[in-house]
Design a protein. Structure first.
Length: 257
C-alpha cells in the first residue's frame, strides 16, 4: 500500500499571507501521528517563478535542512519556471527542459510529469515527457518481472478533463486523446493526480480515477457558489491518496483551519 499526502498551488510570492498558508498545511503534515509515504506537490509552487520563491519553498518543505519527515515529491505548474525551479527548489543545475522525476516505493511508483509550457498557462505533456513516461514504465515492468506487478500513478499539474468552471477549463491539458491512448496501452497506471484548478475534485479520465488537489493559496468558487472567482478566506486544502495492494486509488480531502 502507498499513502500520499497531496498539496497544490502554493503560489508563494514572498507575502506573509502565502507563507502562513503554506506553513499551516506543512505543520499539519509534519505533526501527523501516523506516517505517510510521501508528500506530493502538484505545481504552481511559486507565483512568479522567481528563484527567491523557490528558496522559500525549499525552506518551508524541509528540502534544505532535511526536516521533512518523509520524501517531498514535486512537479511544475504554469506559474513555475524550470531553470530557477531546478536550481533553488531541487538543488540541481539550472536547465530549461521538462522536469520529470520518478520515485519508486514498495506499494507503487509515482511519475512526476512536467505539463508546463514556458510562457503559457495551458498544459502539455511534450514528446520528451511521453518518451520518459514510456521508458520509466518499461523500467518498472522489467524490475517487477514480466507480470508488471507494481502499480504507477501519474502526477502533473493540468487536468485533462473539464471541471465545469470556465477558468480551469480554459487552460486544460492539450491533446488529452494522446494521454488516453497511453492509458489504454498501460494498464499498470492506476490513476492520475493533478492540481491547477484550486478546487478539490474527483472524476474519471479514460477509465482511470483522476484526483484534483485543492489549492493552498485560495479556493475556486464554482459558478453556482457566487460570482467572485477566488475564495481567499477558505481553509487551506489538503488531500490524502491511498493506492492499495489491488491497485485501487482512494482519495480523501481535508481542510486545515
Amino acid at each position: 500500500m502507498l499513502v500520499l499526502a497531496h498539496i497544490s498551488d502554493l503560489h508563494l510570492d514572498g507575502s506573509p499571507r502565502a507563507t502562513e498558508r503554506a506553513e499551516r498545511v506543512r505543520d499539519r503534515l509534519w505533526r501527523l501521528p501516523g506516517r505517510v509515504d510521501a508528500l506530493l506537490v502538484t505545481g504552481d509552487v511559486a507565483d512568479h517563478g522567481a528563484e527567491a520563491e523557490y528558496e522559500e519553498a525549499a525552506a518551508i518543505l524541509g528540502l534544505r535542512d532535511g526536516s521533512a519527515p518523509f520524501p517531498v515529491l514535486t512537479c511544475p505548474g504554469n506559474h513555475d519556471s524550470r531553470a530557477p525551479y531546478r536550481k533553488a527548489l531541487l538543488d540541481r543545475p539550472a536547465a530549461d527542459g521538462p522536469v520529470n522525476d520518478l520515485r519508486v516505493f514498495d506499494g507503487g511508483a509515482v511519475l512526476m510529469c512536467d505539463s508546463s509550457i514556458p510562457g503559457s498557462d495551458e498544459g502539455e505533456l511534450d514528446e520528451e515527457t511521453y518518451d520518459w513516461i514510456e521508458a520509466s514504465l518499461d523500467g518498472l515492468d522489467e524490475f517487477d518481472g514480466l507480470d508488471g506487478g507494481r502499480p504507477a500513478l501519474l502526477a502533473f499539474h493540468h487536468p485533462p478533463v473539464a471541471l465545469h468552471h470556465p477558468l480551469p477549463d480554459s487552460y486544460r491539458l492539450r491533446d488529452p486523446e494522446r494521454l488516453a491512448a497511453l492509458l489504454d496501452r498501460r494498464p499498470g497506471i492506476a490513476g492520475l493526480i493533478t492540481g491547477h484548478a484550486h478546487t478539490p475534485a474527483a472524476t474519471v479520465f479514460a477509465g482511470r480515477p483522476l484526483a484534483v488537489g485543492p489549492g493552498v493559496t485560495w479556493t475556486l468558487r464554482l459558478p453556482w457558489e457566487g460570482e467572485q472567482l477566488a475564495d481567499r478566506d477558505a481553509p487551506v486544502g489538503l488531500a490524502y491518496h491511498v493506492l492499495d495492494d489491488a491497485g485501487r486509488l482512494t482519495s480523501h480531502f481535508r481542510t486545515v483551519m
